[in-house]
Design a protein around this ligand. Structure first.
Ligand SMILES: *Cc1c(COP(=O)(O)O)cnc(C)c1O
Length: 375
C-alpha cells in the first residue's frame, strides 16, 4: 500500500454528504459568481479569526497582491520578506513593481528573523536606493512568525505588516490567531493547505476599513463601491472566489478545529519517535502550529530519499532553492552565502507525510524508516 503524502480523498469520503449537498445547492441556485455562500463564508472567516474584515479571493497569491496594491506599494519600494518560502511570497512583491529585500530566517522556526530584519532595514536606508515600505513575514509550515518582535520594528520604521499566512490559517499565537497578527494577512485555500477548497482560493484579513474597501474595489477590476458599477476608479484584478469554492469551505470550516487537533496528534507521535535522531520542528512557548507540513532536518537527505522511496514512503522538499538563488531573481545579483541560514536549511529540510487521517501504525512505519536510514 502506497502511503499518501496528504490524504484529501479520506477527508472527502468522511464528509461526502455535506460537501456534495453544499455543491449541489450552488448548482441549483445558479449564482456561480458572488453567490450568497461567498458572503456567508466571509462572515464565518472573520468570526473564526477574530478580525473586522475578511475578503475572499481567487488565490493566496492574489490575497498577497490585493493589500499591497491597495497600499500603492510599487516601483522604488522595498518589501522585506524571507527567501525560504514558496515563490509566490516574493513574486507578489515583484508583481506590484516593488523590490523584495530578503531577510534571513531563524534556524529553529524557519521564520523571518527579527534581528536580521532590523539590519536589513538599516542597510536599505543607508544605501538610499529604495524606500522601506512593508514587511511580509511568512508563517512557514503552519507556525506564525515572531510578530511581537516584528511589529515593534515595523512600527519604528513605519512599515506596513502583511502576514503571509498561506500555510498557517488560524494557528494559535499568544491568545490570537494567525491571519490577525499584522496590519493585514493573506491566506490560501489551495487544496493542500491546512484549510483547502477544491480549486484555487484565498482570503485577506484586516481591521482597517479603508484598506478593506479599497480591496473590495480592486477584487473586481477597480469598480466603484456604492456607485456606478461601470465606473472603474482604479486598475484592479479579477480576483473573486467562485461560489462553489466558498460553499465547500463553509463545510470544511466546521471540522477544521477537529482536523487541527488530529494533525497535532500526528505531529506529537512523529516528534516522540524522532527527537533523539533528527532536528524536529520547534514550536515556541504560547504558540501552536496547524502543521501545513511536518518538517525535519537531516544530514544525509539523499540517502533518506532513496531509503524512503524503497519503502514507498513519500517525502517532499520545501524548499530546495532559496528564492534569492532562483533564476527569476538573478537581476538582484545575490550570491551563495548571502542568507546562510536559509541556504543551510534548504539543504537539510525534509517534509514527511502530514494529514489528519494518518494512523499511528503508519506513523510508526515512517518514523522507523527515518531512524533506520539516519542511524
Ligand atoms: C501556497 C502559498 C502561497 C500562494 O498561495 P496560492 O493559493 O497557491 O496562490 C503564498 N505563500 C505561501 C507561503 C504559500 O505556501
Amino acid at each position: 500500500m502506497q502511503i499518501p503524502f496528504i490524504d484529501l480523498k479520506t477527508q472527502y469520503k468522511t464528509h461526502q454528504t455535506s460537501i456534495d449537498t453544499a455543491i449541489n445547492n450552488v448548482l441549483s441556485h445558479g449564482k456561480y459568481i458572488m453567490g450568497p455562500e461567498v458572503n456567508e463564508l466571509e462572515k464565518r472567516l472573520r468570526e473564526y479569526i477574530g478580525v473586522e474584515f475578511a475578503l475572499s479571493c481567487s488565490s493566496g497569491t492574489d490575497a498577497l497582491l490585493l493589500p499591497m496594491m491597495a497600499k500603492s506599494i510599487g516601483p522604488g519600494d522595498a518589501v522585506f520578506t524571507t527567501p525560504f518560502t514558496f515563490f509566490a511570497s516574493a513574486e507578489s512583491i515583484s508583481l506590484c513593481g516593488a523590490t523584495p529585500v530578503f531577510v534571513d530566517i531563524d534556524p529553529d522556526t524557519y521564520n523571518l528573523s527579527p534581528t536580521s530584519l532590523e539590519k536589513a532595514v538599516r542597510e536599505v536606508l543607508r544605501e538610499g536606493k529604495l524606500t522601506p515600505k512593508a514587511v511580509m513575514p511568512v508563517d512557514l509550515f503552519g507556525l506564525a512568525a515572531d510578530f511581537n518582535a516584528i511589529n515593534i520594528i515595523a512600527k519604528e520604521n513605519n512599515l506596513f505588516v502583511l502576514e503571509d499566512a498561506a500555510q498557517s490559517f488560524g494557528a494559535p499565537y499568544h491568545n490570537k490567531k494567525a491571519c490577525s497578527l499584522g496590519d493585514a494577512a493573506s491566506t490560501s485555500f489551495y487544496p493542500a493547505k491546512p484549510l483547502g477548497c477544491y480549486g484555487d482560493g484565498g482570503a485577506v484579513f484586516t481591521n482597517d476599513q479603508e484598506l478593506y474597501e479599497t480591496m473590495v474595489s480592486l477584487r473586481v477590476h477597480g469598480q466603484a463601491i456604492n456607485g456606478n458599477k461601470y465606473d472603474n476608479v482604479r486598475i484592479g484584478l479579477n480576483a473573486r472566489m467562485d461560489t462553489i469554492q466558498a460553499a465547500i469551505l463553509l463545510e470544511k470550516l466546521k471540522f477544521y478545529d477537529h482536523e487541527i487537533a488530529l494533525r497535532n496528534s500526528v505531529a506529537d507521535l512523529y516528534s516522540q519517535g524522532l527527537r533523539e535522531t533528527v532536528k524536529i520542528p520547534h514550536v515556541p512557548e504560547n504558540q501552536g502550529s496547524v502543521w501545513a507540513q511536518y518538517s525535519i532536518q537531516v544530514n544525509n537527505r539523499e540517502k533518506l530519499k532513496t531509503d524512503l522511496e524503497n519503502q514507498q514512503i513519500p517525502m517532499a522538499i520545501f524548499y530546495p532553492t532559496p528564492i534569492h538563488l532562483s533564476s527569476a531573481y538573478k537581476h538582484l545579483k545575490h550570491a551563495v552565502g548571502d542568507f546562510p541560514v536559509s541556504e543551510e536549511v534548504a539543504k537539510k529540510i525534509v517534509s514527511l507525510p502530514m494529514h489528519p487521517y494518518l494512523e499511528p501504525d503508519t506513523i510508526k512505519i515512517i518514523t522507523d524508516a527515518v531512524l533506520k536510514s539516519q542511524s
